[in-house]
Design a protein around this ligand. Sequence first.
Ligand code: ZN
Length: 178
Amino acid sequence: MLTYNKQFVEGKEYEAFQTDNLPNKRMVILTCMDTRLVELLPRALNIQNGDVKMLKNAGAIIRDPFDSIMKGILVAIYELQAEEVTVIGHRDCGMSHVDTDVLTNKMIEHGIEKETLQTLEHAGIDLHDEFRGFDSVEESVQHSVTIVRNHPLLPKHIKVHGLVIDPGTGKLDVVTKG
Ligand code: ZN
């Protein structure tokens, strides 16, 4: 990556990407960190550099109205002129049907001490809850959209949408339109 980067900068390849930090489409998107979406999602939605604010996490999930994703959305609205929020889950997501028992066993296999897990549990951190996935991507997207729509700090004029993308074809299905 570092070798490539040197050539990229020296060859002024950045010139094709120059833009400012305000989203041209006035939109903030939350989607999943899935590798298949890195290039496919922007292409399938006609998103160019500079068009949107893009937030990602495992599963495109918002659980807590004051988590870092929700803060990112609010900053995009208040500081960066976003007027629409779109949550985009996807088919075949790694966060669907997550088995938290298997996950904690893998942590132990990778050298995490059982005592560490117990200490976290005693500190009130429920790993089963923290890593809980979802069974239905539509329900998960709808749930995240509802948290955004009902947020006490969300201005009334902000539209919040929910979509599901197919990571094979890029096809979008609408869960809910703002
Ligand atoms: Zn995913």
